[in-house]
Design a protein around this ligand. Structure first.
Ligand SMILES: [Fe+2]
Ligand SMILES: [Fe+2]
Length: 549
């Protein structure tokens, strides 16, 4: 479902090519509605793969939606070479009474692939981690957490308020940072005066939400810009020396707030706005706030432990606990941030049951509590939920249920995302479900480099812009997913990679998982980077990535 809009979908122009690809795979498409559904897909391969695996030769709207439901969780772009990741890959055998799909890959035990080691144990300097965690008291200040603060009733008016609030906040960032060439004009006013703004000498600037992005045959980017007053069709030609992340080459996320400067091409047919410049919100080089010298403790980051899954890496967890109790670096770790998918959950995808070692949800959370209890006393845990957790999936997600929290000690439960400070260091922690949408939409983003999605989030000052994509959103009257304050540390998880680095002054952490490669990931050649603990010192911002795989 798309954000409400007055425009109908435009049919893209590559249908014959798509039809040929499907026909060459022995697949026939029945009817106009099926064609429209297929036109909306970024990549045909997951659909073809699921159809082949399920023995489907004719696609009608029902089979398409069934096949997409088993390929949908993580889409991939065809030009990246990255495989999509999902959990079940076939429809149930029509001749069988089992609801489960047929197995495509053997499920024997996997060899544990070595994780890349950005730093080894010998590569960090203890002088950069100068203080023991026991020397300071805990100091966690929460700036945003939806828990107990969700006010949406899910009405159309809430959705409208949410998008108007987003537009207003990001537009005012652009205006106050002088990042637009002139004061923006409402879309209706620019349209009314389109005859006047029909040459380079009389350019106009508008700010609105981008929708219906597509590339024309000419390789120009087409999209619609919409504000509270009107919508206008836009076209932009990629500048000759544009970098790959220029929106004209990289693409725009649905519902991104963008500024456009240019003029109307008025002639035969409907006038269209010829964009000379696209403006994203401002993002200068951030100057970090550091914890004082007398609070120079560290925070450790991890995500996606998926406790309860058969692929949870128990022996490696024990190895980490031994490390915590023996390594001098571990004595500096005051905080342990777990950014969602702490447990594998129950009923998250069809056929999940056969991949679970703990089939009861409460027992999964009890086991996670037991595993975290083994951390030394000086470590305070902060837990936020992810898409496998037992809270509403719509983001912002509230913290785990109080009943679940009872089993945990020294733990702060927060929502997803959560904006908080540790000794004055501003941390934005987000599970990262929207990385799926960034991978599906932007050409520069792939699963092997989730940090590119994080950069794209910072650049558009929004964690999950697209309504109706892979990320369920809760339409709160205030759009809490706008990144109002650039964080000192930005952390995500969800796609089971690992990264630590700097982007425009922000320390970026893509937290590692504790789940081994799943059968399906293995079949597709997707290699997660499990069991890497990322440690960041809050005074020096030195980082260490400790591998336990
Ligand atoms: Fe996960
Ligand atoms: Fe996740």
């Amino acid at each position: 479902m798309r954000r409400p809009s007055l425009l109908t979908d435009m049919v893209s122009d590559d249908w014959p090519a798509r039809q040929r690809i499907l026909a060459s795979s022995g697949i026939l498409v029945m009817g106009r509605k099926s064609q429209e559904l297929i036109q909306e897909l970024e990549d045909l391969q997951p659909l073809i793969q699921a159809a082949r695996a399920s023995g489907v030769k004719i696609l009608d709207p029902r089979t398409i939606s069934e096949l997409l439901s088993i390929t949908a969780p993580v889409p991939a772009r065809p030009d990246r070479g990255e495989p999509p990741i999902t959990q079940q890959v076939t429809l149930p055998n029509p001749n069988s009474h089992s609801p489960l799909g047929r197995t495509l890959a053997p499920s024997e035990a996997l060899e544990l692939a070595p994780a890349p080691r950005p730093h080894g144990l010998e590569h960090y300097n203890l002088a950069d981690f100068p203080m023991h965690a026991t020397d300071v008291d805990s100091e966690i200040e929460i700036h945003f957490d939806i828990t107990g603060n969700s006010v949406t009733e899910g009405k159309m008016s809430d959705m409208r308020s949410c998008f108007i609030d987003r537009l207003k906040r990001i537009k005012s960032m652009m205006i106050s940072a002088n990042s637009l060439p002139r004061r923006p004009t409402p879309v209706s006013e620019a349209w009314r005066n389109r005859q006047r703004h029909s040459s380079r000498d009389y350019e106009v600037t508008m700010v609105g939400l981008a929708t219906e992005m597509r590339w024309a045959k000419s390789k120009n980017l087409m999209f619609v810009v919409e504000d509270e007053t009107a919508q206008v069709r836009c076209i932009v030609k990629p500048p000759s020396e544009a970098s790959e992340v220029h929106p004209a080459l990289d693409g725009l996320m649905d519902d991104d707030v963008v500024g456009v400067s240019g003029y109307f091409l008025v002639g035969e047919g409907d006038p269209i706005f010829f964009v000379q410049d696209i403006h994203l919100p401002p993002l200068g080089v951030h100057s970090k706030s550091m914890a004082g010298q007398d609070r120079a403790v560290s925070a450790a980051f991890l995500s996606d432990t998926h406790v309860g899954s058969m692929t949870f890496l128990g022996p490696q967890w024990d190895k980490m606990i031994t490390w915590f109790n023996s390594d001098p670096l571990a004595r500096t770790i005051k905080y342990f941030v777990l950014s969602g998918d702490g447990v594998d959950g129950v009923g998250i995808y069809p056929g999940q049951d056969r991949h679970l070692s703990i089939k009861d949800l409460f027992q999964q959370y009890s086991e996670l509590a037991r595993l975290l209890e083994a951390l030394p006393d000086w470590v305070d845990v902060i837990i936020l939920p992810g898409n496998h957790d037992a809270v509403r999936p719509a983001e912002p997600q509230p913290a785990l249920d109080p009943e679940v929290q009872q089993d945990y000690s020294d733990t702060t439960f927060v929502g997803n995302p959560c904006d908080f400070s540790l000794h004055g260091v501003r941390v934005l922690s987000y599970h990262g479900k929207s990385i799926d949408d960034f991978v599906a939409t932007l050409r520069s983003v792939s699963y092997s480099q989730p940090e590119r999605a994080m950069q794209a989030m910072l650049e558009r000052r929004h964690l999950a812009p697209s309504w109706g994509g892979k990320t369920p959103l809760s339409p709160e009257p205030e759009d809490n997913l706008v990144i109002s304050t650039v964080p000192d540390i930005f952390v995500t998880g969800h796609v089971h990679g690992h990264f630590v680095g700097n982007y425009k002054g922000t320390t970026m952490v893509h937290s590692s998982t504790w789940q081994n490669q799943t059968d399906f990931q293995r079949m597709l050649g997707f290699q997660p980077k499990p069991c890497i603990l990322t440690v960041v010192n809050l005074h020096t911002f030195a980082t260490a990535s400790i591998p336990f795989a």
